[in-house]
Design a binder for this molecule. Structure first.
Ligand code: IPE
Ligand code: IPE
Ligand code: MG
Length: 255
């Protein structure tokens, strides 16, 4: 008998799910196709996963779509990825509005080609009042430079006397990151079998759960998503405490 995956909604869902969408190039190579075909197929997977996450009522979804390091890929590939992003925004705006999804972006957005950033900012503005779900695209994103930038801005405030070094703590620091008003990711999924963060949400992932799957991003569908969510649902997140403490808190018998 083949193992069936429960398609039921898992009991404990993440509030914030983040995905490192990897493996488009390998998906295409396996089919003797150019890498761009993998990215095209990857965009279809994005649509399916956004819909599924919305249906599940998960309020925050962050997708790592383009890293700062990805700028060093061949020019034609970068251009093709920017075109795909442009097409995605053009095509999906009605879907985002209809499903009351707010689109946001994190990263060095000023590096995006002007026609892409103009459309991106327009889409963010049009969807800004949506509250049911936030779709956060990490574009031209690098976590180390996000952290370094935050340090720079804090230092400038200290020099201007607007902030005292004594005020700097974890919470204040986090408020200077792109993700200032976004909760930390509860679950980070990475597709394609790679086991690394690739400069993604280094500060925010301090207590995230990880789920790595060999499935390549273009093959990642709702069923695969539910598999990851069921796995997450079974985990015990202890945040440094003991199992017993967590159990007592759950049963409400904590003193
Ligand atoms: C992920 O797929 C998409 C981006 C990084 C933009 P890749 O393009 O990295 O695919 P692989 O890793 O080469 O298979
Ligand atoms: C990470 O994938 C970035 C995105 C998914 C957008 P990469 O394929 O660029 O990561 P590395 O270089 O293999 O670590
Ligand atoms: Mg890759």
């Amino acid at each position: 008998m083949t193992k069936t995956i429960s398609l039921k909604k898992p009991a404990n869902l993440p509030r914030h799910l983040a995905i490192i969408m990897d493996g488009n190039g390998r998906w295409a190579r396996k089919r003797y196709m150019p890498r761009i075909m993998g990215h095209r197929q990857g965009a279809k997977a994005v649509k399916e996963i956004v819909t599924a996450v919305r249906e599940l009522n998960i309020p925050y979804l962050t997708l790592y779509a383009f890293s700062k390091e990805n700028w060093s890929r061949p020019r034609e590939e970068v251009e093709a990825l920017m075109d795909l992003l442009y097409d995605y925004l053009k095509r999906e705006i009605d879907e985002l509005l209809g499903n009351r999804i707010r689109l946001r972006a994190i990263g060095e957005l000023d590096r995006l080609p002007p026609r892409v950033s103009t459309l991106l900012f327009e889409t963010m503005e049009k969807t800004a009042k949506n509250y049911e779900m936030q779709l956060i695209l990490a574009l031209s994103y690098g976590s180390r430079s996000e952290i370094a930038e935050a340090a720079k801005r804090i230092a400038q405030k200290c020099i201007r006397g607007e902030l005292s070094p004594a005020d700097i703590d974890e919470k204040l620091f986090a408020s200077f990151l792109y993700t200032a008003d976004i909760p930390d990711p509860d679950l980070i999924i990475r597709t394609s079998g790679e086991q690394r963060l690739s400069n993604f949400l280094l500060y925010q992932a301090a207590y995230s759960e990880f789920y790595m799957t060999k499935t390549l991003w273009p093959d990642f569908d709702k069923k695969e998503l539910l598999k990851a969510l069921h796995d997450f649902s079974r985990r015990e997140r202890r945040f440094g405490k003991t199992s017993e403490q967590i159990y007592l808190k759950c049963t409400g018998s904590e003193s």
